[in-house]
Design a protein around this ligand. Structure first.
Ligand code: PLP
Length: 410
């Protein structure tokens, strides 16, 4: 149903571009041909990433290394982390979420309240600890967790609230942190969509509790696979280093300095969750361009809004994009029964679409989980359609998407 695997096999050079599109990478750009399917996602991988990858391979130090340390420092600088916040890179956001839950002491017998309306990676990361996932509903405007719904499912076993900044739109963190303070709960932010987003002037990750990012293939920046967890507790750093390196102590700093310790202890159950040098190199090349990626995506979302908001049949997300680093552009169809036909119509015109998300409570593995009233999730999950959004799109591509949507309703 989604076009995640449909990235074009060819890479073409950039054509004539409108003024608001900027590209910092140089070299070959991924531009879909006019007669091609416009994919849902299209990572921008140009000469900068290829050079960075080639240099990392030629260097030959492939595990955790100096590039891993540098990627962590530059991520921290981009997010504006103060010295009291600590970033540890991981192999993915799913592993970052798993480690965040473990550092929060979550395990068997605990309950974690999660929105049903999110990617199942978030649910999997919580249930991997042995904890029970408890589903809550979302706010119909922002499509992020509804604080009142969170309240409705708190029990004496609740240990944490997971929030998702859907499509890059920050959840109501002040309300969530207030509930957490009242009930002594940890807050785990799944910020896979929100790298570069801010909430009232504060970058996501730079405040709050445990915050997890994704650098997976289709995210704002990619290291092919990768992630990071930000913690407000300095004592978590060593724990996270051990957890991501199969329980081995005291080796991370040596590896950042291109060394390995041949005397170490293994102090806990750990996982193979580190970020190696090659993904770090690619992540660094991407991070150098992220301001342009965000600016382009914002302007494309505004263009989609302007081109679609007069249509009666669809409802764009009601957000001003000023503080948002948009990960996806999502429409809601007022008549959900049209969705399959709408998606087929766009596919026929060479425009891929996606569905983000089916409610987690509908999956076999999570059928028995406790849940709040999920009416908003049930409605919204049937209505949403994701349109193509890339960090670099030609004017012609954007106009083709808008024209394809409009043609369905005329
Ligand atoms: C992509 C994604 C994840 C998982 O990220 P990975 O880096 O692929 O593990 C988790 N949550 C959400 C909402 C996502 O979109």
């Amino acid at each position: 149903m989604t076009a995640e695997a449909a990235a074009p096999s060819h890479i073409l050079r950039q054509g004539a571009e409108s003024a608001e599109t900027t590209f910092g990478g140089g070299g070959a750009l991924p531009v879909p041909r006019a007669d091609d399917l416009i994919p849902l996602y299209l990572p921008v991988l140009g000469a900068a990433e290829q050079q960075a990858a080639a240099a990392a391979l030629a260097d030959g130090w492939l595990g955790i290394g100096p590039l891993t340390g540098r990627f962590e420092r530059e991520l921290g600088a981009f997010l504006g982390l103060r010295p009291d916040r600590h970033l540890v890179s991981t192999s993915s956001c799913t592993s970052a979420l798993h480690l965040a839950a473990l550092t929060a002491g979550i395990g068997p017998g605990a309950e974690v309240i999660c929105p049903s309306f999110t990617y199942v990676a978030g649910h999997q990361a919580m249930s991997a600890t042995g904890a029970d996932v408890v589903f809550c509903d979302i706010d119909p405007k922002t499509l992020t967790v509804d604080p009142a719904s969170v309240r409705s499912v708190i029990t004496p076993r609740t240990r944490a609230i997971q929030v998702v900044h859907y499509a890059g739109v920050p959840a109501d963190l002040d309300a969530i942190h207030a509930i957490a303070a009242e009930h002594d709960l940890r807050v785990i932010e799944d910020a896979a969509h929100a790298f570069g987003s801010s909430s009232r002037g504060r970058a996501i990750g730079s405040f709050g509790d445990l915050v997890c990012f994704s650098f997976g293939p289709v995210k704002m920046i990619t290291s092919l696979e990768g992630g990071a967890v930000v913690s407000p507790r300095v004592e978590d750093v060593q724990l996270l280093h051990e957890l991501r390196l199969i329980g081995v102590t005291a080796d991370t700093d040596a590896r950042y300095a291109r060394q390995r310790m041949w005397e170490y202890d293994v102090v806990r159950q750990g996982y193979r969750y580190h970020l190696g040098s090659l993904p770090a190199a690619i992540g660094l090349a991407q991070l150098a361009q992220v301001d342009a990626f965000i600016a382009n995506r914002r302007s494309y979302c505004r263009q989609y809004d302007a081109g679609l908001s007069d249509l009666d049949g669809v409802e764009p997300m009601a957000v001003a994009w000023d503080e948002i680093a948009p990960y996806m552009y999502v429409l809601r169809l007022r008549d959900a029964s049209l969705r399959a036909g709408f998606m087929a119509h766009l596919r026929g015109l060479g425009v891929a679409t996606g569905v983000h998300y089916m409610g987690g409570h509908t999956f076999t593995h999570y059928r028995e989980c406790q849940r709040a009233d999920l009416s908003v999730t049930e409605t919204v999950a049937e209505q949403v359609v994701t349109l193509p959004l890339h960090s670099f799109m030609t004017e012609q591509t954007r106009e083709r998407v808008i024209a394809a949507v409009r043609s369905y309703f005329s």
